[in-house]
Design a binder for this molecule. Sequence first.
Ligand code: 13P
Ligand code: 13P
Ligand code: MG
Ligand code: MG
Length: 371
Amino acid sequence: MAKVTISLIKADVGGFPGHATVHPQLCEKAEEMLSEAVKTGIVADFRVMACGDDLELLMGHAKGENDPEVHELAWKIFTACTDVAKVLKLYGAGQDMLKDSFSGNIRGMGPGATELEFTERTGEPLIAFMMDKTEPGAFNLPIFKMFADPFNTAGLVIDPTMHSGFKFEIWDIQDHVRVFMDCPAEMYDMLALIGAKSRYVIKRVYPKEGGKLPSEEPVAAVSTEKLYEIAGEYVGKDDPVALVRSQSGLPALGEVLEPWTFPHLVSGWMRGSHNGPVMPVAFENANCTRFDGPPRAVAAGFQIANGKFVGPVDLFNDPAYDAARDEANVIANYMRRHGPFEPHRLPLKDMEYTTLPRVLRRLEDRFERVE
Ligand code: 13P
Ligand code: 13P
Ligand code: MG
Ligand code: MG
């Protein structure tokens, strides 16, 4: 059976105003260029979305991951949208466009990308998650809960096709190495790593061998780009995206959505320098306002039909998430009251790439030795 590839590629090419939202003209430009790409056959289908100030391109095709044509298309769209952003003088026009010319793959150039290639099933639910004002490790907790926590995912206990658990691919994004871990057998080792979310991030999740689904086809994938490593300094957070498949041997849709009832603490928010809660919101509320946040998550639900998108359903546009939003606001108030104090402000190690070291350097020769 033919495989489909779903590519979710995103960039901040200018905020409106500040770092709050994406201007509608950027979405229009992206729609126009993707419509053209459908006609010329580069992609089969697409959706243009936005979360905070991040422009999100969701594309369906049959070309596999890291396809130069698909990546170049995304790069060209972000370049054209940067031009629109410059005309409108949007804030930080071209913010994530860190390289001058395209060289075959969009990874390492600034934009974030996550892709899943898989054999499409008879019924293929897929959820695209997009977050603004945080970093890739913000997905560790919810993805862990979906695929490994029996208190979240009933199927791990009661569905024989899920009972053996899943395999996790974890990246050390500092040393650029990875490890595959078997869950639940190695769950405690795995948590020792992924609890340190600024360094160890869940990159992909796979089904176990001998199960209902092909064990080599990932069922979830997360973007892991680190902007400061490309730019050498703080230019904005690495606002992450993820794709998650669901049902029939995988967590049910509701099990994929359940972790988001907990507005867990992530790093990002104002100037990429503060811890705060993730607030799950409807697309129309994905505007990063208060203290440039709080960090937002949106979820677009689809059925995939021959590489085309049926949907989206705006999955957090639901009163079932009101309590999580209220709790996020309570936590936001509490965290904000710390002002410049840790642990609201990130620890010094994580502030290395911000503007803080420049302030500290100015005080360097004021220090006197003490006993
Ligand atoms: P599936 O095994 O068909 O995914 O059914 C589980 C379910 O939907 C329960 O909510
Ligand atoms: P973005 O990473 O979303 O552009 O936000 C940057 C920022 O500094 C927010 O205060
Ligand atoms: Mg921005
Ligand atoms: Mg952003």
